[in-house]
Design a protein around this ligand. Structure first.
Ligand code: 13P
Length: 255
């Protein structure tokens, strides 16, 4: 098994480009170069800060990878307010979060769009982080697995096995996002193990290469127990990624 752990900070709609530069520099000082032997670290600032964070990372030879929070699937055109995949690739963006529940719920993104976004990201040699997860009502009705299965199959529709191996999935139960209510590590493992089985049934052994992250109220106090689970390869971190001290403690989850 060759999966390397991955922890990504999703800064959502926080940080001007000046604040983002500071956050990146502070986080860099709080980490040891050896930390990156154990974990890949991605930073997903708002679009307006991508160029600044890229410049800081490259000028100081930092080991962070750049992430974007969304993308459009078309190459160019009359799509006011949208950002094309080629524009992100030119900024050395490595990870693109696709289908976050906030985009699905607040902005009405459909599985059909999300599937196009996943393909567009892969076509530009970037790595999609596909977000899936159930609402509290769906969990209480016993429908968590059914929901994530439907999302994964719809959003990865038409991908080759190699593409599935390259892609990353983040299981983010909606009731755990920004609520301080984390999924129990065994519950997160149960769903993530189910997703890996699903990938194996549909795409074969490449399922062992797909990184699957957990997201939802991850913090320095709960990250170690989450990372200890066998199918969980990392975390997508919202609130706790905004403070460099806190995020450094999440990244160094083994200390
Ligand atoms: P919180 O870590 O703030 O719960 O957010 C999780 C999330 O949505 C990451 O994408």
């Amino acid at each position: 098994m060759t999966r390397k752990n991955l922890i990504v900070g999703n800064w959502k709609m926080h940080a001007t480009h000046l604040e983002a530069i500071q956050m990146t520099q502070k986080l860099h000082y709080r980490l040891d170069p050896k930390d990156f032997d154990r974990v890949d670290v991605g930073l997903a600032p708002p679009f307006t800060a991508l160029r600044s964070v890229q410049t800081v990372i490259e000028a100081d030879h930092m080991q962070f990878s750049l992430g974007a929070q969304n993308v459009h699937w078309e190459e160019k055109g009359a799509f006011t307010g949208e950002i094309a995949p080629g524009m992100l690739a030119k900024l050395n963006v490595r990870y693109v979060i696709v289908g976050h529940s906030e985009r699905r719920q607040i902005f009405g993104e459909t599985d059909e769009w999300i599937a196009k976004k996943v393909k567009a990201v892969l076509a530009h040699d970037m790595i999609p982080i596909l977000c899936v997860g159930e609402t509290l009502d769906e969990r209480e009705a016993g429908g968590a697995m059914e929901k994530v299965e439907r999302q994964v199959l719809a959003d990865f529709e038409g991908l080759s096995a190699d593409q599935v191996g390259t892609a990353t999935i983040a299981y983010e139960p909606i009731w755990a996002i920004g609520t301080g209510r984390t999924a129990k590590p065994e519950d997160a493992q149960e769903v993530i193990g189910f997703i890996r089985d699903l990938l194996r049934r549909k795409w074969g052994d490449v399922a062992e290469e797909t990184r699957i992250l957990y997201g939802g109220s991850v913090n320095p106090g709960n990250i170690a127990a989450i990372m200890a689970k066998k199918d969980i390869d990392g975390a997508l971190v919202g609130g706790a990624s905004l403070d460099p001290d806190t995020f450094a403690s999440v990244v160094r989850y083994w200390i």
